[in-house]
Design a protein around this ligand. Structure first.
Ligand SMILES: C[S@@+](CC[C@H](N)C(=O)[O-])C[C@H]1O[C@@H](n2cnc3c(N)ncnc32)[C@H](O)[C@@H]1O
Length: 270
């Protein structure tokens, strides 16, 4: 049996990446901003944005902490739209392997990054190490397996959605993603020593032809080859994409599970 490929499947070089980042920003940035505010993001803060993608959160943080605060936005492959400016630096960086300054940041954030990484606990510990004592960490991931159909034109459409979505989840899991990580992230944050833990979950309805449901289209288009290799017939994929345009069809969005906490002031507690 072949060893599954352990790599980030939804690569930023894919033609679909800009559309994915745009949907994520439109559907989830408001929730992320709210969590960062609740964590205490304020002018003057030094921030670390890990796996920044197209940089919408990093850019917002840079505005929020200006003029004296700063943001370091990192990514394995920073998207071209992540534009550096006076208080926003962009660095190509692997959160698992590459070093970061220790005890440097007031706030660290990663959205939809840890779930994809086989070494996610190392990445989480690296982020905590980069925080100053008392600094705040926010990690956010999708409960990927949970995408129930809310409304359907017929039962065949429910089965079609489940078939393609289940295959998508299998491809992601085969590449090292932990589809249950979002549920485990709270306990993991405790295990790496964070205190004052809080959580908030954001979900909404995604209707056919609407904005959010396009995330299913861009993800499955990017992984078309792997889905077909995984047993989804090309014509089933075509019907799936047509279903995503049908206003009689609606699903629950991916739930974004946001967990935040603080690094203790006394380092020996870590
Ligand atoms: C699903 S995207 C999320 C992007 C952004 N955080 C957002 O929510 O819009 C995951 C991002 O993590 C980056 N990434 C994957 N593995 C990484 C690693 N080991 N270190 C740093 N970034 C990584 C990818 O390049 C990609 O930009």
């Amino acid at each position: 049996m072949e060893t599954p490929e352990r790599r980030y499947m939804l690569d930023n070089d894919g033609a679909e990446a800009p559309d994915r980042f745009a949907v994520l920003a439109r559907r989830y940035d408001a929730h992320t901003r709210d969590c960062l505010d609740r964590l205490g993001l304020a002018p003057g803060a030094r921030c670390l944005e890990v796996g920044a993608g197209a940089g919408s959160v990093a850019a917002w943080m840079a505005d929020r902490v200006a003029p004296d605060g700063s943001v370091l936005a990192t990514d394995l492959k920073p998207a071209p739209s992540t534009t550096p400016r006076a208080n926003l630096a962009v660095r190509r960086h692997d959160i698992v392997r590459d070093p970061l300054p220790e005890g440097e940041f007031d706030i660290a954030h990663a959205r939809l990054v840890l779930m994809h990484l086989p070494d996610r606990l190392t990445a989480l510990a690296n982020m905590v190490r980069a925080l100053r004592p008392g600094g705040g960490l926010l990690v956010e991931d999708f409960a990927l397996a949970h995408a129930p159909v809310l409304e359907t034109p017929d039962t065949e459409s429910t089965a079609l959605f489940a078939e393609v979505h289940d295959a998508f989840v299998r491809v992601m899991a085969g590449a090292g993603a932990d589809i249950r990580w979002a549920e485990r992230s709270f306990a993991a944050a405790r295990e790496v020593g964070l205190t004052d833990l809080r959580t908030s979950v954001f979900t909404e309805t995604w209707r056919g032809g609407g904005d959010g449901i396009a995330l299913h289209r861009v993800n499955t288009r990017q992984l078309r080859t792997e889905l077909v290799q995984g047993g989804v017939a090309p014509e089933r994929l075509e019907r799936f994409w047509a279903l995503l345009d049908d206003p009689a069809f609606a699903v629950t969005s991916y739930s974004l599970v946001s967990v935040w906490g603080r690094k203790p002031l006394r380092p020996q507690l870590i």
